[in-house]
Design a protein around this ligand. Structure first.
Ligand code: AMP
Length: 506
């Protein structure tokens, strides 16, 4: 039976520096090299506890520095067994970090590499949607820290590419999202492969009842730490909502981006198809835009993200799943093109801006039918969102309307979570084929061509063979199968999880 203590309150105590926390010198130097001297609040609380081997449940909004909050103590503890031997056998997996999405796994892996650069510790990352063979090779070379998405890790386990029998530390990052995405059965399978006793750290943007149940089941007397109120939004983010018809939204995005010279804006759309289509329409309006969603190949997702991080795009149009956990410094603004149907997703979305104390703006565009979602959001964040008015130039509105007329209507949109989640075991190739080549000739013009560039923009959507094949084995379906077969108590306790991930469909 596990017990949970109340959140620690160290607010009144002065925040120690990284040097005062007692980090191993090689790690301290790497942290200082990044330019950080003062731990963020979640780091100040979690790092000393985790360094001491304590199980921790951390509730922290994205952008609070939670990655370093678990990475640094893990590396510190692993330094006791660090060695420079070339033999893979001397580098067994000792710490396992599980994340819900490929992008987050990749980002965590970058942090681990950055902070361990002056140590002989090895790390590697495995996630779905890319060739498994290089990952096999990396696992064969040995690594003390393994960062993984659950599905791909299980693939490696089944193929006997990895041995988890020496894992002494487990991290569940963005645990709430892993549950939302239906990964509980996979998590249970993985946890059963791990030795006990071990140290377990669980991080989650919010502490839902399901997360607490997960903590009670798999953590040992965890200490809970919470650095922002549950479901709170950062004070540094200004929020505003503009009412408008659905048809005016595209023009509104173009107007906001161009009139204010915005760069690196994330625009959230609820559907995969809507995401790709909006990015293409924005490009026709001279906005440098790319999309990122679960139907794109991993390589295309990475490319779009890199271009966005490098400041080459004005807009990244994203679905919730693809954008989850993205850490891009300096995102000045996020725009909700569609309001999320889950109010918690709103909190995650706007957490992409105003990160690490910077100022940010969250703009929501809502059609009359979406107002109910706005009210749900206000209820969750316990504050009202200012309603503003936006004067959109009429020529932008007319341009969008004439383009809509020339586009055949589509009967249905694919939802991010309805098909491939984009995080696991699917690598459908639909999406960006041909987009990139066209893009370069259309960039940076604030005037639309008289006609669409080619019939790609006017043809009805037709899924590719690869996309259909991937849909046939979509992860949500396979998770459902797991869930039905999994009759263990915690699976039942957390049964609501599956319901939630099923509910988001378009
Ligand atoms: P995370 O919440 O882990 O995604 O981190 C959010 C951002 O804060 C990342 O860009 C980190 O590099 C940055 N960060 C992490 N720790 C610190 C720190 N102690 N001081 C300043 N920035 C930090």
């Amino acid at each position: 039976m596990t017990s949970t203590t109340q959140p620690t309150d160290i607010a009144a105590a002065p925040i120690p520096t990284f040097a005062e926390i007692g980090l191993h010198p090689a790690l301290l130097q790497a942290v200082l090299d990044t330019g950080y001297t003062i731990p963020t609040p979640i780091q100040a609380q979690a790092v000393p506890l985790a360094m001491a081997g304590q199980d921790v449940m951390g509730a922290a909004q994205t952008g609070t520095g939670k990655t370093a909050a678990f990475t640094l103590p893990i590396l510190h503890r692993l330094m006791a067994s660090a060695n420079s031997s070339a033999s893979p056998a001397r580098h067994p997996v000792r710490a396992l970090i599980l994340t819900p999405t490929r992008e987050l796994a990749d980002q965590v892996a970058e942090s681990v590499k950055r902070y361990s650069k002056l140590t002989p510790l090895r790390s590697t990352v495995v996630f779905g949607g890319v060739d498994i063979n290089p990952q096999k090779e990396a696992l064969r070379n040995g690594c003390e820290v393994l960062i993984a998405t659950p599905g791909r890790l299980l693939d490696h386990v089944e193929q006997r590419n990895v041995n988890l029998s020496q894992v002494g530390i487990l991290v569940l990052d963005e645990a709430d999202r892993m549950l939302d995405m239906g990964f509980l059965p996979d998590l249970e399978r993985i946890i059963r492969l791990l030795p006990t006793p071990r140290q377990t750290l669980l991080f989650s943007a919010t502490f839902s009842n399901d997360i607490r149940k997960l903590g009670r089941t798999y953590l040992n007397s965890p200490i809970e730490i919470e650095v922002a109120g549950r479901n709170a939004t950062a004070d540094t983010v200004t929020q505003v909502a503009y009412a408008m018809s659905g048809d005016a939204k595209r023009a509104a995005v173009v107007h906001l981006v161009k009139s204010r010279g915005l760069k690196q804006v994330i625009v959230f759309s609820n559907t995969k198809i809507g995401t790709g289509r909006l990015a293409r329409q924005l490009e026709l309006d001279g906005v440098r835009a790319e999309s990122i969603h679960g139907d794109k190949t991993q390589a295309d997702r990475m490319k779009a993200l890199e271009a966005f991080k490098a400041g080459e795009l004005e807009v990244l149009v994203a679905t919730d799943v693809a954008a989850r956990g993205l850490d891009v410094a300096g995102v000045p603004c996020v725009i909700n093109y569609d309001l999320p149907h889950s109010a918690e997703d709103y909190v995650h979305r706007i957490g992409r801006t105003g990160r690490a104390g910077a100022l940010g703006e969250a703009i929501s565009l809502f059609a009359p039918a979406e107002e109910k979602y706005l009210l749900d959001i206000e209820k969750l964040i316990k504050s009202s969102i200012v309603r503003g008015t936006l004067d959109i130039p009429s020529e932008l509105l007319t341009r969008g309307a004439s383009r809509e007329e020339s586009r055949p209507s589509r009967s249905s949109f694919g939802s991010e979570r309805n098909g491939s989640s984009g995080s696991e075991r699917s690598s459908s190739g639909r999406g960006s084929h041909g987009e990139r080549a066209e893009r370069s000739s259309r960039l940076s013009r604030y005037s639309a061509p008289a006609k669409p560039v080619d019939d790609f923009f006017t043809k009805p959507y037709q899924p590719s063979a690869a996309s259909l094949a991937a849909a046939a084995q979509a992860p949500v379906t396979s998770v459902k199968k797991h869930s039905l077969l999994t009759k263990r108590p915690v699976g039942l306790l957390l049964g609501a999880v599956q319901k939630k991930s099923d509910s988001v469909t378009e």
